[in-house]
Design a protein around this ligand. Sequence first.
Ligand SMILES: *[C@@H]1O[C@H](CO)[C@@H](O)[C@H](O)[C@H]1NC(C)=O
Ligand SMILES: [Zn+2]
Length: 598
Amino acid sequence: MAAPPLLRWGLTLSAALVAIAVAFKLQKPLADPSPSAPATTTHCYRHVRTHDAEQPSAQCFSVGGGLFESVWTPDVTVQDSALDGYVIPGLWDGHGHLLQYGEFLHSVDLFGSRSLDEARARIRAYVEANPGAGSKDQWLRGVGWDQTFFGRMPTAADLDEDDSLKGLYMLLDRIDVHCAWVSQPVLALLPPHVPDVPGGEVVRDPGMGVFCDNAMDLVTDLWPKPGPAAKTRMVGTAMRRLNEVGLVGMHDAGATPANLDLFSRLADADDWTVRVYGMLECDARNTFCPDDAVKYDREDGRFTVRSVKLFAGNPPTFYSLTLLFVPSLTLTWFPDGALGSWGSAMLEPYTDHPWTSGSLLINASSLADVAKAWARAGFQVNIHAIGDLANRNAVDALEAALQQECPGAPPEECQAQRRFRIEHAQIIHPADQHRIRALGILPSIQPTHATSDMKYAAARLGEPRLRDEAYRMKSLLDDGRRPVVLGSDFPVEPADPFQGIYAAVTRRSPHTGLGADGSTRGWHTEQALTLDETLRGFTLGVAYGAFLEGKAGVIAPGAYADWVVLDEPIDKLDVETLRSIKVRETWVAGKRVFSRHD
Ligand SMILES: *[C@@H]1O[C@H](CO)[C@@H](O)[C@H](O)[C@H]1NC(C)=O
Ligand SMILES: [Zn+2]
């Protein structure tokens, strides 16, 4: 490997500079920055994993203008003890929900509260840490209470009993998000005699304060939806947390035109520390909304929109804007849209509910029509599909859109340009798996969905379908001809990509380390990925799915200078430790955005 241009003037000198940089642990400019030439900084570590085929590993790189300039290994051995840390390219999440994650983080965690006193104590602590929460315009939200711990249904009066909570507006979702518990000020907004609601329950005993199912609308309709200022705070909180787990970028799997517009303005600010590739979702789901079809593109790569999100099967039902993404609960409890609740549209009935095969949100011809309209408008089309019928319709729609866009050309060539995706791609008939590979359609997969669903997947699907169709990873990799897009679906699942990496490699729960049968045997490990394939999925794969190859997920000259520092070399670690890796530092565009304080 030739010496990098920056250091052509002397390897000895370069080594000396490295030694100096290391000795002082400074990331100082090599030369004084002049106004016209941005500063260049040099960083050296014990090892740098680059994901660059030309130079898979290195020790040093230089950064200027937010990009990697050169990457090299010094010829003169640098004292090993002088170098610290192991670098991997910055990680990306291929499917998450930025604003919803922020909303989730800005709410009181009531999970596992074993008494009313404990619930009140947690709310009190939240109010102390978040002054202003609970005002008339900024209600306090929470989720996770369970009356079985309280011995009875809670009431508004229970919240009022605590002097420091008196007068605050609160809307607290039960663990299954099927009931909302509100405080006295919210109750006071309702008429004195609250009527019964068909399909819901107004709980009146031992007192007023809890509203279930359809009756939840009575109170959620009154909730002042977060405005731009609140959303800005939520996004900021979300980005800090994402940086903490080593994420430098994410694909936002469905944002409204108004939220994308807000993001495009926030992306100028210094605290916008996560690159966002947004998928537009029209205000009316599954429609073509040309007036809102705004693309965004920035030279600095902080915010991009050129794709649209459609839904083949039922999406999760959201009772209110917030909190309905509760880790692991969503999949189990939501009334439709997921395997756990028999909502995903299947070709054949569910094994344990043979009277249903789920339902489609939109029929096949309408899905193809809307996919073609977006393709014609120049958008990447990304279709949410869980069940095998939804996946079949998604493949049909994308194939039709490719034929429309490139008449007479092989669809796989067209697809290489257009990069249409299937989000989740969870249960796919073998014939459609074959078509996905042949067409080159990109599967966007969340490895922790497999490990969250594995406990009931066999009951829902039966063994043959499980074996041939469900939660593919390896089969969709297509022998590595093209990367898969990996992600988490945060806040449905934890955002920590190392949990997804563990789940992909072991097919065991990152929470317990156990497989579906409670043993340490992985679940259908024939679909597991290698660590290398997985890391590429969380970097190069996500980058390819966003037309960012060469720019993201790689440490190479000209790429975004985004990297993560770990304490240990990831490929030498005991696989069991993957799920608890704590990132040491995260860098985006050459700036340190997270540093762990031990
Ligand atoms: C699909 O749905 C559209 C819109 O609801 C409807 O007009 C059309 O007839 C349906 N097509 C089929 C084949 O059911
Ligand atoms: Zn999602």
